[in-house]
Design a protein around this ligand. Structure first.
Ligand code: NAD
Length: 480
């Protein structure tokens, strides 16, 4: 495929079932006359095992940069330490901040308990626990940092509302766990509420993620567009895909200002690899999302409708095959051929898909201008002593004159002052020191306190400075 009019895209066959579902997808794209110049890149297990810790040879970035989109089959991340997630690396390096994951049911042709489901999950794609910043701090304690930024949240929230508007959707729902995570999920929720006000034509609602997830699994037709922080979006988009019929049906678009990547939501399913079993629908629908993104609307509709017609004809891979509903159980290759045979046909019961040009979302974010004042420090200490001995040793110390020891906690439970004897403690203590009189050079006194504790043989693991923003404490309080 070489022609100056064709759009250059990169593709990768990936691992496990990846090569089979990619071959099927490319065959359908070719048969549909999609105007693409294909550039293959190698990613995944083989590249990891060559010694590239991200699963991607650095030269691949040039191809990804010089092409308009990346169609990617799933990959296998090798077990063991030292390997970074390739997906996270690509998403964060290329700034692909929005992950769009539609899940609809195709009842009565694909069995589901939820025949009216039509949900689009808009998942934040760069932050949250996926920054992958993790530590073992003591023999008994492991830490993963959950990072939620204002610009990152604002971008995905605005994207979700713009997406809903442009796709004729009615409602944007947000799930968070801000009853527990008041600063991270709390900020995401607050920004959601304020941005929702700019879109009065759309309904908006917020759920706590646990009950929201239960409602989604039970009554998905109650939801339309869902905007979620990264981890909840990752988990709940698999749930949504599975309850619509199969995880093998769902596609995902990763969109940024400087690139886009399209993939199935499922993984490389190694147990199913090499047997011509896998359902290529997730990757095929990802290629449809890619064609829409590239404004190849005719080919997108041609393939999507042929695929719907194939489902209607009961030609199904093993994961959606049901006696009574399905007509023929087929493998990956035969399914792709059935879609090709249906090119030009529209579904008769399911709604025919038409694609219209959409405007590129203009996503803006504001900068925050709060006043910020350093008022103290949490110092985390490793010690294997009991709660009683630990606080005795710390309280005996003539603490630096600028600070008051406000509290000691263990795994978030307060043990000083007014601790309870039942509290289970491990080797990881948080000691909160507040400045008696905050002043601009408090940093230096924090350093002096650090030295004092070190000289008294406290084994410091890390510190976290405490700030007031606009005069209000901006850290979780000792009582929580
Ligand atoms: P998985 O999604 O690969 O497979 C879980 C099960 O789902 C399979 O055993 C199979 O029963 C079913 N399934 C998945 N895709 C299917 C399809 N197309 N057709 C039919 N059935 C399908 O999840 P996993 O087994 O937890 O992960 C396997 C590997 O994939 C891991 O190495 C993981 O890191 C990786 N992974 C990669 C991506 C990606 O590249 N985007 C995403 C998720 C997981």
């Amino acid at each position: 495929m070489t022609s100056s009019k064709k759009t250059d895209i990169a593709f990768a066959k990936g691992d496990g079932i990846g090569p089979e579902i990619m071959e099927a997808t490319l065959k359908v794209l070719k048969a549909a006359g999609a105007s693409l110049n294909l550039h293959e890149v190698e990613i995944g297990e083989k590249v990891y095992l060559k010694g590239f810790s991200t699963g991607l040879d650095p030269s691949t970035w040039d191809t990804l940069r010089s092409t308009k989109a990346f169609l990617k089959a799933p990959i296998t991340t090798p077990q063991g330490g030292g390997f970074k997630s390739l997906n996270v690396t690509i998403r964060t390096t290329l700034g692909l901040y929005a992950n769009i994951r539609p899940s609809s049911s195709y009842s009565p042709f694909v069995q589901t308990k939820h025949p009216k489901m039509d949900v689009v999950i808009v998942r934040e794609n760069e932050e949250d626990l996926y920054t992958g910043i993790e530590y073992r701090q003591t023999p008994d304690m492991f830490q993963s940092l959950k990072l939620i930024s204002r610009p990152g949240s604002e971008k995905i929230l605005r994207y979700a509302f713009e997406y809903a508007l442009q796709h004729g959707r009615k409602k944007v729902t947000c799930f968070t766990k801000d009853n527990i995570m008041k600063f991270t999920d709390g900020e995401f929720h607050k920004l959601y509420e304020s941005i929702a006000k700019e879109y009065p034509q759309l309904q908006s609602e917020h759920w706590i993620v646990d009950i929201g997830a239960a409602k989604l699994a039970d009554t998905p037709e109650a939801f339309d567009v869902l905007v979620l922080p990264n981890l909840y979006g990752d988990i709940l988009s698999d749930v949504a895909a599975q309850i619509s019929g199969s995880v093998g049906l769902a596609a995902s678009a990763n969109i940024g200002d400087h690139g886009a990547m399209f993939e199935a939501i499922h993984g490389s399913a190694p147990r199913r690899a090499g047997q011509n079993l896998a359902n290529p629908s997730g990757l095929l629908l990802a290629s449809v999302l890619m064609l829409v993104h590239l404004h190849e609307l005719e080919s997108a509709a041609l393939i999507h409708n042929a695929w719907l017609k194939t489902l209607e004809e009961g030609i199904h891979t093993y994961d959606i095959f049901k006696e009574g509903t399905s007509r023929q159980k087929v493998g990956t290759k035969e399914f792709a051929q059935a879609v090709i045979d249906c090119l030009g046909k529209n579904p008769t019961t399911l709604a025919t898909v038409t694609y219209h040009p959409t405007k590129k979302h203009k996503i803006t974010f504001s900068s925050s201008s709060s006043t910020r004042e350093l008022i103290g420090v949490d110092i985390f200490i490793y010690s294997k002593t009991s709660a009683e001995d630990f606080q005795k040793k710390l309280l005996q110390l003539p603490i630096h004159k600028s600070f008051t020891l406000k509290m000691i906690s263990n795994r978030g439970a307060r043990i000083y002052p007014h601790g309870q004897p039942e509290t289970f403690c491990i080797d990881h203590w948080r000691c909160r020191f507040l400045a008696k009189h905050p002043h601009p050079s408090l940093q230096k006194e924090i350093a002096a306190l650090f030295i004092q504790l070190t000289e008294a043989h406290f084994d410091i693991i890390k510190t976290e400075h405490l700030y007031n923003f606009d005069g209000k404490p901006a850290y979780s309080s000792a009582e929580e």
